[in-house]
Each structure stands twice: as C-alpha cells, then as structure tokens.
Design a protein around this ligand. Structure first.
Ligand SMILES: [Zn+2]
Length: 367
C-alpha cells in the first residue's frame, strides 16, 4: 500500500515515486498546507488543476476544531474536506510548542492550553497517533518536541524525549494503510542530528521527516544539518523537510537529498498581498504596480498570470477583494509546484546541476 521507488539520483538530488492508498506522489514534491482542512483561498478542484499531488493537514488545529472524532464520524479528513488525493498530517508537536499556552512538558507528553479558548489538553505519543488515525491521512508523523535550535543542553534533553516518543508512536500505530514517519531533531548541532538520524533509522520508519529547521537559524546552518542527516538515512525511504520553504529552498534542499517539502509561505504571502517569483517576492501594495499591465510573473502559465495584470491584482488587494487572495494563492502555489516538477525532471534527465546553476543565474540577473 505504501512504497517508495527511487528512480534516479543526480549528485545528492533524488527523483522518486511514492505510492499511497490515495494515489502516487512524484518526488521531489511541494505539499500545500491545509491547516484547518482547507488550503486557504483555494478549493480541492483548484488544487487538482494546479497539479498538487498531496496536501497537509494540521493535527493540533483539527483536534481542537472541529475535533478529530467528529471528522472520523463524518468519514475522515479526505471525505470531510472533499480531497481525494494523498494527505499528510503532522503530529501537533510543532504547534503545541509554538502556539499553545502554558505548556508543561514531562517524560510522557505535554499538557497545554488551547490558543482558541484556554481549555486544557494533553498530548502524548499515543494520543497524537489516535488523533491522526481518526483523521485518516495517508502519512502520519511521530509526536516530537521542536526545541529552540541553538541551546545544546536543552536539545539533548528534548532529543531524549523525542526518541522515546518515536518508540511509543511506533508501538501505538494500528492502521496498516497509514505510513508513519519518524522526525529527526537536534537543533543546529551535527552530533545531535547524527545521533537522531541513526536512532530513528535503527527503529525503522516508512519515511523520515527532518524537523526543527527553518525556525530562525541561518541557511548555512540548515544546509549543514541536511548534509549531516540525509547521508545517514536509508536511500529507499522518503525524506521530508518540515516547514520549508521558498523556490530557492526547494532547489538547494533537493540538492541535499530532500524529497518532500511543505510551507505556509505561498498561501500566507498571498494573503499579505505578495506574489512569489523565481527571483524573489513582490508586494502588490507597492504603488509602482498601479499602472502595470504585465502579469504577476513574466512567462508564468498559471490562471492568474494568463488572465490578469499586476494593476488589477493590486486593485483587488487594495480594495480587500477576496478574488485578490485567490489569484495570488493560485500563482504562488503554481510556482512552488512547478519548481518542484522542474527539479524532478532535471534529476530524471541527469541535468540537475545545470538547472540549479541556471536558477541562480536568473537570480543574479534580477538583482
Ligand atoms: Zn502565475
């Protein structure tokens, strides 16, 4: 039911095909984020049209509202949100540590208060797995602690918890049609990252997530951690870099052996009135776009760019019209999905290094 075929490698970069009960996922892949059982401002029909092959749901948010048991009664997350393709749910760990209030951590789990209404809740590894079984995603992940990246002593303690919780999650998993990913942690410390990759690989998972990056460390630190971790992970399992990133990150992290990416950036920047482009971000609120008849990005084949001008999208954003958010979201997701597809094609054809160089040359010319 769940299988990963590694089809080609080009230096460190990999092209593969991930088989799940709800369909195949060509990798490298970008996964749009559907925090509240919706990818903000677009429908599942739009996502199919954009060529999205997998989307992400957030365990913490869906547990609090509308409730994982309610979603289970309504047929699971696929039926509830009308998306028939593959879904990955996170474990709630990241949100518990970044969003929830008044947390207390112990060896067995975390007690916290909801950011919505202050009510008290407790997540344990077993609870995180039960919630994800109720949601019914194709890929679920272990409950982990996302620690501040640059505190070594704290990361030693957090890593011990994360590893114990990974064992507990593996023991608690019951559904054969769900794949379980372990999460490599360890902050910006090569020794801890290597220890984590080795520990989780020995335990054995269907895939490996790399968490706790893109949380404030430098790009060099992030790349350094990937260079430590990915060579230690089994080649025949997918690697998922959590919460990353930009088109530039896709190119540079795919080069370091990452297969799967997710980030709220394309949808969040759209709601802030900005378009992502291959050479950086543009803010449509800027007055210089008021009379600009050109598309959001020259050469883009998305619906927004082939039908509307920067001037029009700017007008929609200025007038706070929801179509503006919709069009910018379509464009931003199209860009991320297209760059991932281009990377994959380049790897399959053995010209990834040339693609990577051309990508950065375009950057330099635009700068
Ligand atoms: Zn476009």
């Amino acid at each position: 039911m769940f299988n990963f075929d590694l089809l080609a490698t080009d230096a460190g970069a990999r092209a593969g095909l991930l088989h799940t009960p709800h369909g195949e996922i060509p990798t490298p892949v970008f996964m749009p984020v559907g925090t509240q059982a919706t990818v903000k401002a677009v429908s599942p029909r739009d996502l199919h049209d954009l060529g999205a092959t997998i989307i992400l749901g957030n365990t913490y948010h869906l547990y609090l509202r509308p409730g994982d048991e309610r979603i289970a009664r309504l047929g699971g997350l696929h039926a509830f949100m009308g998306w028939d393709g593959p879904i990955l749910t996170d474990s709630g760990g990241y949100q518990v540590f970044s969003l929830a209030q008044r947390r207390t951590i112990d060896a067995d789990g975390v007690t916290f208060r909801s950011h919505l209404d202050g009510s008290e809740h407790r997540f344990t590894p077993e609870k995180a797995i039960r919630i994800q079984e109720n949601l019914g995603a194709d890929i679920i992940v272990c409950f982990d602690e996302c620690a501040p990246p640059d505190d070594h002593d704290y990361n030693v303690q957090a890593l011990a918890r994360t590893h114990a919780w990974a064992q507990a999650c593996k023991a608690a998993k019951r559904q054969p049609d769900q794949a379980l990913f372990g999460i490599v942690q360890g902050g910006v410390f090569p020794d801890l990252r290597a220890q984590s990759a080795r520990f989780l690989t020995r335990l054995g998972f269907d895939g490996y997530a790399i968490g706790g990056l893109s949380v404030g460390e430098t790009k060099e630190e992030m790349h350094g951690m990937l260079e430590v971790v990915t060579p230690l992970l089994p080649a025949d399992r997918p690697r998922y870099l959590m919460g990353v990133g930009t088109p530039e990150d896709l190119v540079e992290c795919a080069a370091r052996g990452v297969d799967m990416f997710d980030c709220v950036l394309p949808t969040r920047t759209a709601r802030n009135g900005s378009a992502l482009t291959r050479t950086g971000r543009i803010n449509l609120r800027n007055a210089r776009f008021a009379d600009d008849a050109g598309p959001l990005e020259e050469g883009c084949t998305c619906y927004a760019c082939t039908h509307f001008s920067r001037a029009y999208v700017r007008h929609l954003i200025k007038a706070n019209e929801i179509l503006g958010h919709h069009l910018l979201t379509l464009h931003n997701l199209h860009l991320m999905l297209t760059v991932a597809r281009e990377i994959r094609q380049a790897i399959l054809e053995g010209r990834f290094q040339a693609y990577r160089e051309a990508f950065w040359r375009a950057h330099e010319q635009a700068a």
